[in-house]
Every structure is written in C-alpha cells, then in structure tokens.
Design a binder for this molecule. Sequence first.
Ligand SMILES: *Cc1c(COP(=O)(O)O)cnc(C)c1O
Length: 389
Amino acid sequence: MIPMTRPEMGEPEAAAARRAILSGWVTQGPEVAAFEQEFAQAVQAPHACAVSNCTTALHLALRVAGVLPGHEVVTVSHSFIATANAVRYCGAMPVFVDIDPATFNIDPRRIERAIGPRTRAILCVHQMGMPCELQALVEIARRHGLPLVEDAACAIGSAVLWAGEWQPIGRPHGDVACFSFHPRKVVTTGDGGMLTTRHADWDRQYRLLRQHAMSVPDTVRHASDRVSFEHYDQLGFNYRLTDIQAAVGREQLRRLPGIVARRRAIASRYRQLLAAVPGVRAPAEPAHLRSNWQSYCVRLPADVDQAGVMQHLLDAGIASRRGIMCSHREAACADVPVHHALKHSEAAQDGCILLPLYPSMTQDEQRQVVDALAAACRAAARPKAADAA
Ligand SMILES: *Cc1c(COP(=O)(O)O)cnc(C)c1O
C-alpha cells in the first residue's frame, strides 16, 4: 500500500520524548520554551507561542485580533473545516470568498467586495503549503485597517519572494500566523500548534489565554522562593502543548530543511511524469512563491469520475484524497450565509485529487502512482453523451 503520507520520525524523536518524560516536567515547561525559540528562529519571527493544535491557535489568533460575536471574518470555504470553525468559536461568521483556481488560494480580487461594516479580520489560508499572494493581502488589510491572520497549518518551510529575498512563511507577513503539527502536515508532534506574531502584546495575550488566563504561570511559581497566589482576570482556555510533544518538535525542526528539499524534489518529478498523462494537470508554482508541497493536488480530466479514479487507485494499493473540502457544503456550516459565488472552490473539491507524497517515497513508488493514475483515468472516463444515448 502506498499511503498519503508517512511522518519522518525515528530514534531522535523517541530519545527526545524519553528525555522529556524522565526530566520530571512534562507539560509547557523548558522543552516548550526551547521549541518556541527554535521555531521563531526557523521562520524568522519575533515571537512564537506553542499551543495544543492549529485550531486552538486560530481561535486565539482571531480572539486576540478582536473578533467578537456579531463580527465577520473574510476567509475561504475551500479549507479544512477548522478554518471556519475557529471563526465560529469567536461567535463570529465567516464570509466565504472564492479561490484562484491556479493556486487554490484566496483570490485577492474578490476580498474587497466581501468587506463590510462588521468585518473584523481577514483570514487567509496557505492551502496545501502554497503561500497566498501576501503582498496583495497585506495591502488590502492595511487599506481597510483589518488584521491579517494567516492559516499556515500546512505551510511550515514554504517561502515567498519579498523585497527581493526569499522569506519563510510565518515571519509573519500579516499580523499572526498559525501552524499545525498534526501528522498529516510537514513536521509533527502528534498534535500541536504554534502562533507567530509581530506584536509583543498579542504574544503576551496568547500566553495568558492558553493557560486559563492564569496571572502567574506554574513554571514561575515553581522556580520562586516566595509564596505567591495567581488570579484569573478573564475567561481563559487550556490550550497547552506538552513538553513531550515539544521535545519531539525540536527534533522535527532539525529535519525540516531536508524534508522540504525532498518534498520539492518529489513534486518536481511528479510534474515531469504527469506531463505524459493526458488531461491531468499538475499544480502550478508561481515564480515568486515556494511551496513545501504539503499536499500534491492534481486536476483530473473533465470527463472522468473522481470517485471512480480514487477507487481504481485504491484497488491498485494507492491512497488518494479528494480535492480540499468546501466548508459551506457541510451541515456544520448550514447557518453560514453564502453571499459570493464559490464555483472555483467547488470545482477544486470535485475535480481534483491529492496524490501520495512523503520524503521517503521511492522513484518506483512515484512511477506506480502515475501509471495507476493514467490507467484509472482511462477506466473512469464517463461515457460520452452520444454513447450514453
Ligand atoms: C490541518 C489544518 C488545520 C487544523 O490543524 P490542527 O492542528 O489539526 O488543529 C487548520 N487549517 C488548515 C488549512 C489545515 O490544513
């Protein structure tokens, strides 16, 4: 079986988890602090705050950006449902706009008509690791005085050409970026998340809110020779990352450059191999954007049945997934009004599939995937109207 992904983990991660377990301090302690520092360095961010996952990171990011009940957040439907859910956790409504079919990311030209008097933030998604058009997004956000929140769940190790140099996603270019360490992403801690921001006061609020809004953290009380009592001045959350996870994350960060280089080499070979498969379109990478290829999304020929292609692949021992979901089509979002056409989002969900891609993938496995895809497209071609009649 060729899976969608295989986490790159081994003895260094196991030893790191062991080290944390035997240290006597297993949650949000010294390993988390070190992970935050090393992560900030890796993405060139002034501040990094670790949390339990990217969904909780998005919740804190939006909340601290000032998103409250009655507000609206301009974002995409074409994303994992956590993006829309985080807006709902704040009591706000997502306002969905369509994607640019070339990059699967929010189309900057559609944002301004979705901004209204209740808009409180723009939430862009670097979908599947491909950076958004950040320059345009930052300009729109500035012009309207709105914070720009980046859902960078998939985008660690991706980069944009900015002011003449390649800059990592997460500096951040907007106001705050949120990352995921779920096993389906490029590096993993089992579960985990990180917020990076340019605002020192936002970072302080994330640290407070992730631990019940406790005024004196346990680490501080533990290290103090004076008795002190904490207080709780607002509603907080338990969004802590454990030291066991952070220790693993530090090892994963060391692997990041190698992982991204491998993923890019495999993506580049996919592009070559797919050129020989009629009708299948490989994803594009604009010259000013550099993807980590967290997911490799191909567009199927118009006349094939998506589920049929995926079933053929599965029968051949190859995993695949449909295109990225559209949140507005889910019952969970039934009460979210749709004011703007989402036809490119829907077409991407229905007409694309994601292919396996992981650093340890062999050339032989890649060849098998592409050969099976070619056969699957032939077999799953829908009968032409004339034949069907
Ligand atoms: C995976 C993902 C999330 C959620 O990340 P978790 O760490 O699982 O909470 C959010 N947004 C996008 C775009 C994702 O792909």
